[in-house]
Ligand binder design. Structure first.
Ligand code: ZN
Length: 127
């Protein structure tokens, strides 16, 4: 297997583990409206975008949302990033502070295999 293919494999796996972690960390509920969610309908939304590879799998870098709060409500991050951030400041000041601290941070693309091992441990911690 080539290095490139293997990196993609572990990045995809880390993406799935991060989604699973979001579900446990947020107690299976939408972080904005509180609705109880099944694993399949829950969306782990990144505060700092997925293209920022070194932060992509941080436990602090996301919130669990249902489809309505992710894409359709007036405060949904994909409708109004500003209103969404207003909600985060009010409801989750620790998350807001984390975003402020890291949003302009530069970093190297991580070793995704190591990220997977880290995420598996985090999932166990929150299960
Ligand atoms: Zn919701």
């Amino acid at each position: 297997m080539s290095t490139k293919r293997s990196r993609k494999y572990y990045r995809n796996l880390a993406d799935r583990l991060w989604q699973e972690l979001m579900w446990y960390k947020w107690g299976g509920r939408c972080g904005l409206c509180g609705k109880r969610l099944g694993r399949e309908e829950a969306i782990g939304h990144h505060f700092i975008g997925r293209r920022v590879y070194h932060l992509r799998h941080y436990p602090e870098n996301g919130i669990l949302l249902d489809n309505e709060c992710h894409s359709h409500k007036p405060y949904a991050p994909h409708r109004s990033p500003n209103l969404f951030m207003d909600m985060i400041v009010k409801k989750y000041p620790d998350s807001y502070n984390w975003i402020q601290e890291h949003q302009h941070e530069l970093g190297q693309e991580p070793d995704y295999k190591e990220r997977c091992e880290f995420l598996r441990k985090e999932i166990k911690r929150w299960q």
